[in-house]
Design a protein around this ligand. Structure first.
Ligand code: C2E
Ligand code: MG
Ligand code: MG
Ligand code: MG
Length: 289
């Protein structure tokens, strides 16, 4: 913002660039420190199974506390960590930590972990995951690995081999943020995903274009079914949205309505209670409609 009325456009522009640079340096400092001291945190967001009417898993979401304890969002610090070449290390920590956590939960709960393309660069991700499963004792069937289409952009044999190796361990592979990329559809035949997660931008648009969004969702779900992939809808925030997708044959739902990402200490007891309240809310609404 402009504090001083005497300023011209050029200095305003320069100030903005300077502010961005300062912010960037600050993020780099925080990321370096957190990597050194392992000062990252994992939050977990519940994923609810429509058929079973209960929470059947959680997604691990990385958090970076700044000096005051405020959380820097991953959309800000992950690109920085990526540029610093620290993401493979941080990502390894995430895998280990998330698997460790999940072993202390009831064993019908799964854990979903986000992977970045740089974690595939060394070529030995499947070995690392296999070792982590062994060391933590987590059953491979409980682990889901989420990737985005950016991983498949360069169409490399090494990435496909590693995905197949991971799948061979008994781990599920999920295509995250489906529908946002340039060519999501073309990736569906390159790799047999176990699950697709429809990006939350579709739920965002629901209020403006309910009917169109509903058609798009049911088409993506039908496509997933035809390809034997389970389908999750992300970003379900309101009861209105939940009602709108009630009739769709979707397998899993995720969003603030069912629970925000939160520290492990809060789960699963609290979330299950919250969830049961939500289901009651849905029933009440359905009954009066
Ligand atoms: P994602 O994997 O698509 O994760 C879902 C994001 O949507 C999370 O944001 C979650 O907090 C948010 N979300 C969930 N439900 C709702 C909802 O109802 N409304 C709204 N408005 N948002 C919702 P978050 O935690 O900020 O993470 C953003 C992205 O950062 C993730 O998107 C993922 O791509 C990346 N990320 C997070 N943790 C990791 C990690 O450990 N490793 C890597 N490589 N990427 C990560
Ligand atoms: Mg994800
Ligand atoms: Mg997503
Ligand atoms: Mg995303």
């Amino acid at each position: 913002f402009v504090k001083n009325t005497g300023r011209n456009g050029f200095s305003f522009f320069r100030d903005t660039m300077e502010e961005e640079l300062v912010r960037r340096r600050e993020l780099e400092r925080l990321v370096r420190l957190a990597s050194r001291d392992r000062n990252f945190l994992l939050h977990f967001q519940p994923i609810m199974c429509v058929a079973e009417g209960r929470i059947t898993g959680f997604e691990a979401l990385l958090r970076l506390p700044d000096d005051t304890g405020e959380m820097v969002p991953p959309t800000e610090f992950i690109p920085v960590a990526e540029d610093l070449g620290l993401l493979p290390t941080i990502g390894g920590w995430v895998i280990r930590k998330a698997c460790q956590s999940a072993t202390s939960w009831p064993d019908d709960l799964s854990i979903a972990i986000n992977l970045s393309p740089s974690q595939f660069a060394a070529g030995n991700l499947a070995e690392f995951v296999a070792r982590t499963l062994e060391e933590t004792g987590l059953a491979p069937g409980r682990l889901e690995l989420e990737i985005t289409e950016s991983l498949l952009l360069d169409d490399s044999d090494s990435v496909l081999r590693q995905l197949n190796d991971l799948k061979a361990l008994g781990v599920s592979i999920v295509m995250d943020d489906f529908g946002t990329g340039y060519s999501s559809l073309s990736y569906l035949w390159r790799f047999p995903f176990d699950k697709i997660k429809i990006d939350r931008s579709f739920m965002d648009g629901y209020a403006q274009s309910a009917e169109t969004i509903q058609k798009i969702l049911s088409t993506i779900i039908a496509l997933g079914r035809a390809l034997n992939m389970r389908v999750t809808i992300e970003g379900v925030e309101t009861l209105l949205q939940a009602r709108a997708i009630e009739g769709l044959a979707v397998d899993h739902l995720q969003g603030y309505l069912f629970g925000r990402p939160q520290a492990e200490i809060e789960i699963p007891g609290n979330l299950l209670k919250d969830f049961l309240r939500t289901v009651d809310g849905l029933k009440d609404k359905g009954g009066s409609a």
